[in-house]
Design a protein around this ligand. Sequence first.
Ligand SMILES: N[C@@H](CCC(=O)N[C@@H](CS)C(=O)NCC(=O)O)C(=O)O
Length: 215
Amino acid sequence: MGNFTLIIGNKNNSTWSLRAFLALKHARVDFDEIMIALRPKLDREKLDKLTPAGKVPTLIDDNDYIWDSLAIAEYMNDLYPEKSFWPKDIKTRAHARSVSAEMHSGFVALRKAMPMACHSIFECPEITGDLKKDIDRVKKIWSECLSKYNKDGPYLFGKYSIADMMFAPVVFRFRSYQVELPKSHQDYCQLMINHPDIKSWLDDADPNDSAEADK
Ligand SMILES: N[C@@H](CCC(=O)N[C@@H](CS)C(=O)NCC(=O)O)C(=O)O
């Protein structure tokens, strides 16, 4: 089923592309990739030519386009429900959807202050104001999830799910900017970095793609 092409940005930097890539990997489908440079200079012409919304990620399935990371993850869930993209329990699933939607629509200060560069290590910026609020909120979500669902497994909702995919770029941000974390969060970050699907993304990410775009 499916003849998939995933259009993505530079693997070292494109957080939204990483999430969609993880959804396709979790579905265990074959797919081609088209990479559009976001850094150091955005290839606007190619992006607008190949994607309906002028953004990555965009999935092409035969002649149909699905854009936006969460829509792509949901599409994989619809096509392959047996792959357990979301927790089975209805209340746990509602919780997982809530934190995923929160990640998808918020955390602007975190995104701005700590752009992803998977392979890089930077000095930690001063953690105050909205950045502190965002980091504290991620920590609260992780603490609640990891303590509530740890009987089912080591991921946020026990088994690996779309919620982990949505937070994967945060794992890299925390590592790159050396954010201090409690032991349970450090263990979660290490577990994510060791996940084979995340490793395969990292292996292809070019460390020379910097976090900052050319001005
Ligand atoms: N909410 C969208 C965000 C997509 C997005 O902003 N992608 C960035 C790259 S990570 C992009 O295409 N930027 C190019 C632009 O905005 O011109 C999603 O979840 O997929």
